[in-house]
Every structure is written in structure tokens, then in C-alpha cells.
Design a protein around this ligand. Structure first.
Ligand code: URA
Length: 191
């Protein structure tokens, strides 16, 4: 039911021209996974491969994200993954404030349909959008924040982990913390 409603929402989103990104993208990158889902991941915006394939996190960062999920016994079919903006910003630049604001209602509707207990923000941009404007990823990654009954955590973006392997041990610790809480408070690890 929620999956079906997400498909309807995606079809509406495909016609969205509330910001200029809709004109330059190849494919809409709406989201992937299952709904309802206790865990939702939110990234920044589609890159080149995502733009070509229409699915979030399918490029090099996506392969690392799949490995990170595997580390905690999950995969993308059991959770839901979306981005703050659904269309690729040209040349992989950061999405602008106005673009994220224009796209926010789609994300809010996705969250309402997915009904996650936990949202993990992938990187500073998603954390700034969903947790707090002045979020400091270097200081605050791995910490829990609660808002409107949803618990949020931010971790380094997989692209940042590709660029700087020194950040990986901290991210592995954050993932272990996520798994600890999911073991206690979700159905993911129950037989
Ligand atoms: N980076 C993101 O933030 N999202 C994607 O979908 C791909 C790369």
C-alpha cells in the first residue's frame, strides 16, 4: 500500500519543475527500497550514475554504501533510501538552499509514507536539511537527535569516505551504534 502510494508520488514528482534542476537532469532519482520501513537513509542528491540510472547511490559511493549496509546485516531492499533533491545538480555541485527548499515537500511526503523510526543522514548536506541548519558533521556524526517522534543520526557521506579513508573507523563505530539501537528497537534482526 505505502509502496503503491510512493509510486504515485514518484509519478507526480516526475513532472515537478519547481526548481531548474528538473530541466537539466536525465532521470528523476526519487528513491528506492521498501515502505513502510523502520530505517530510512537520506543522501544529498543524485550524481552522474544515479542521473543515468534513476536510482540513488548506484555509483562508486553507492557501492561503498552497500558494503556499509552489509556490515550491519542490512541491504537496500529492506530499508528506504532517498535524497534531499531528486534531480542531479549539474557537475555534482552541492544542491542550493532554494533547490532543497523546493524539493522538501517531496521528501516530507516520502517520510510520511515510509514512516521510519530512524533516519540516517548521509553527510553534512542532508544533516543540515533534516537535523539542524548549522549541523557540524565532524563533531556531531554518530549522535542521536529526536524530532517529531523520529530519531536521526548523521554519518559521513560515503563519497567523503572514498576521498578520506581516515574517516572510515569513526563511521564503522557509528554503524555499530546504529546496529545496537536497531537490534533493540527494530524488527530487522528478529527471526
Ligand atoms: N550521493 C548522494 O548523496 N546521493 C546519491 O544518490 C548518490 C551519490
Amino acid at each position: 500500500m505505502a509502496c503503491e502510494e510512493l509510486r504515485t508520488l514518484e509519478a507526480r514528482c516526475a513532472g515537478c519543475r519547481k526548481c531548474p534542476l528538473g530541466e537539466t537532469r536525465t532521470k528523476l532519482v526519487f528513491g528506492v527500497g521498501t515502505a513502510p520501513s523502520e530505517l530510512m537513509l537520506v543522501g544529498e542528491g543524485p550524481g552522474e550514475q544515479e542521473d543515468l540510472q534513476g536510482e540513488p547511490f548506484v555509483g562508486p559511493a553507492g557501492r561503498l554504501l552497500d558494503d556499509m549496509l552489509e556490515m550491519i546485516g542490512l541491504d537496500r531492499s529492506r530499508i528506504y533510501i532517498a535524497n534531499t533533491v531528486k534531480c542531479r545538480p549539474p557537475h555534482n555541485r552541492d544542491p542550493q538552499e532554494e533547490e532543497m527548499a523546493a524539493c522538501r515537500p517531496w521528501l516530507d511526503e516520502q517520510i510520511a509514507l515510509v514512516r521510519p523510526k530512524f533516519i540516517v543522514c548521509l553527510g553534512r548536506i542532508a544533516a543540515g536539511e533534516l537535523i539542524r541548519k548549522d549541523f557540524r558533521i565532524t563533531r556531531e556524526h554518530g549522535q542521536w537527535f529526536e524530532r517529531d517522534g523520529i530519531r536521526y543520526m548523521a554519518i559521513y557521506h560515503p563519497s567523503a569516505l572514498l576521498r578520506d579513508v581516515a574517516k572510515r573507523p569513526e563511521t564503522f563505530a557509528d554503524l555499530r551504534e546504529l546496529r545496537r539501537v536497531l537490534r533493540r528497537e527494530s524488527g530487522y534482526y528478529k527471526e
